[in-house]
Design a binder for this molecule. Structure first.
Ligand SMILES: C[S@@+](CC[C@H](N)C(=O)[O-])C[C@H]1O[C@@H](n2cnc3c(N)ncnc32)[C@H](O)[C@@H]1O
Length: 228
């Protein structure tokens, strides 16, 4: 049985990753990052990116929406801050060290919460998702892009075998889609809008949840920008 993740272990793991993160994970995760940004910008407004890491995604936002990034890891965030300066990102309202499981924002203040390759690295994914919903306005969206564990077969067996070592790297490779759908059903204030396969190898998914609320169906769809 794999030991569980905790914030100290995750912070230590990402302090080790920070100097080499862009080299290893820059290109390989780029399609997922870009697809999640495109989905976020269809909603637009105030966007919170949780687990922003070294800020690889930041220059890819078009600049027409307001953006805030948070991350547990100070070494990862230092790189994001340097990137924001180099790219002169005037759409960025702040970068802060913050625990996704306890966001320091008021209720219902963001139009979109984006988390790229993050939800399987946090110690408590369900509490984290509850926090995402709390800070979202009704009609807003949570946009995740992440590896999801296989249901069965060789890949599932490998992911279970790899899980204890993966914890030391700050990952949870056996995390399955059912865990997200169960969370959504139990929460009751969100609906699954989309799950889309993403590279590499289709083992990753882009997932969209919509926060239910007082807005009607028409009002929600009118918040979504027309695709150019
Ligand atoms: C795999 S990296 C992804 C970074 C970035 N989103 C990207 O696409 O390159 C996971 C990030 O989640 C952050 N993270 C893990 N647990 C967190 C938590 N509880 N609160 C905030 N950030 C967290 C890590 O520090 C790390 O920067």
């Amino acid at each position: 049985m794999a030991t569980e993740l905790d914030n100290d272990a995750v912070a230590k793991a990402y302090a080790r990753w920070a100097p080499i993160y862009d080299l290893i994970f820059g290109a390989v995760f780029e399609r997922g990052r870009k697809a999640s940004i495109a989905a976020a910008e269809r909603i637009g407004g105030r966007i919170l990116e949780v687990g922003v890491g070294t800020g690889l995604s930041l220059p890819d936002y078009s600049g027409r929406d307001r953006l805030i990034g948070v991350d547990l890891s100070a070494p990862m965030l230092r790189k994001a801050k340097a990137r924001a300066v180099v790219h002169q990102l005037t759409n960025l309202d702040g970068l802060a060290v913050m625990d996704a499981q306890q966001l320091g924002f008021q209720d219902s203040v963001f139009d979109v919460v984006v988390a790229q390759y993050v939800i399987t690295t946090v110690p408590d994914p369900e509490t984290t998702l509850d926090e995402f919903v709390r800070v979202l306005k009704p009609g807003g969206e949570i946009i995740l892009v992440n590896h999801l564990g296989a249901e069965s077969g060789l890949r599932a067996a490998f992911e279970r075998w790899f899980a204890p070592l993966a914890r030391r790297l700050g990952w949870r490779p056996e995390f399955r889609w059912e865990r997200l759908t169960q969370w959504a059903a139990q929460h009751g204030g969100v609906r699954v809008i989309e799950r889309r396969a993403m590279p590499p190898l289709g083992h990753f998914s882009l997932i969209r949840f919509g926060r239910l609320g007082p807005l009607t169906g028409e009002a929600v769809s009118s918040r979504v920008r027309a695709t150019p």
